[in-house]
Every structure is written in structure tokens, then in C-alpha cells.
Design a protein around this ligand. Sequence first.
Ligand SMILES: *[C@@H]1O[C@H](CO)[C@@H](O)[C@H](O)[C@H]1NC(C)=O
Length: 212
Amino acid sequence: MRQFVVKIPEGLAPEQAAPLLCVGVTVYCPLSHFGLKKSRLRGSILGLGGFEHMGVLIAKAMGHHVTVISSSEKKREESMNVLGADKYFVISETVEMQAATNSLDYLIDTVSIPHPMDDYISMLKLDGNLICWVSSRPLCNSSLLYSWRKTITGTFIGCMKEIEELLEFCNEKGVKSSIEVVKMEYINTAMERLANNDVRYRFVVDVAASQT
Ligand SMILES: *[C@@H]1O[C@H](CO)[C@@H](O)[C@H](O)[C@H]1NC(C)=O
């Protein structure tokens, strides 16, 4: 029985398949599970790192309108011009935040420190989902949930079936994530750079091309 083997579709480069097996499926799983694969939805992703960059690419490939919400201006150019996000705003821009009230079908929150969620919940539409990943201790005002039937939920990585679907999906849509392919000899430097947050956005180790 084949339990932990997936077929890489023809046309998908192995180095592109690699990050889909982890960060890719982690984003794909909630979108698929909560019925958010439909086109024309409006979604938002909080922050922009390795996980979030994949989130923007996958959500755009699904045909969503994607807003990146960040703590600074730093990632605006990249979000809009490289990843193809539709909108970008900084958390401190209260006017922008208020203008987004009741506008989103979902918001993906990967911030790993406890933080108030009321502002993000307010941005969700009726029946909207706030999808948490690694977010410890959601803090929120429950009246924001019941009056608009909103949900705070979460998923963890994903299953084999979703990985297979995602590989097919990314191959079909031509989703290409930002990766840096390195050889095994480079691994110590890569680990140091990883610790310094100095990679856009994932290292992929090319084992076949490495010295033995
Ligand atoms: C919770 O939200 C409701 C509706 O916006 C508001 O009336 C109430 O004062 C809030 N409660 C707290 C504790 O902030």
C-alpha cells in the first residue's frame, strides 16, 4: 500500500514541488477544507514570509482578490509587483482597516504571538473564516462572531490527498514559488541564513547535484 508517496506531475520541476509538500499544503488545506477554492473570493493574509508568500500565490491562482496586511511598508513592492497581490496595507493604517470592514471571505493569520483579533474579525464578511495557524491563544470579542456568524478556526499542514491535488493544481496554474536551490555543501551557511531570516523564501537542497 502506498501511503506516503506522491507522484510529481509531468511538467512540475522537482525543486518547485519541494516547498509545496510543506508550506504549500499548509495553505492549501484550509482553503480546500473550508470550501474556499472557489474563484472570486476575497481573502487576506497577515504578514509576508515563506508561508504567506505561498499563500498569496495559491490564492491568486484560485482567482481570489488578495490583500496582504503587514506591520510595515517593507513588503509592499514585492507583494504587489512580484507576487501579484491586489491590495496591501499596514496594520497601523486605521482608515484602510476600517474601509475593509465586512469585506473578506477569509483571513489567514499566522502570527505566532498572542495578539488581539478583533480588528481582523471585523474585516470578515458574514460567515467569514479567520484561519489560524500556529497562532497561540486567539483573543477576541465574541460578539463580533455571533452577530455575523463568523468562525475562528485552524488546520494543521494537510493530508496526502491534498498534497496530490495541490501538485496538480500548481502544475496546471503554473504557480512558481520563490526558492533558492542549494547543494548539500552549503547547508551550514543555509542554516545560518535561515536563522537570520535571510532567504526568499525557502531553500531547496538539491541532493542529486551535491558531492557525496
Ligand atoms: C464587543 O463588541 C461589541 C460590538 O461591537 C461592543 O458593543 C462591546 O462593547 C465589545 N466588548 C468589549 C469587551 O470590547
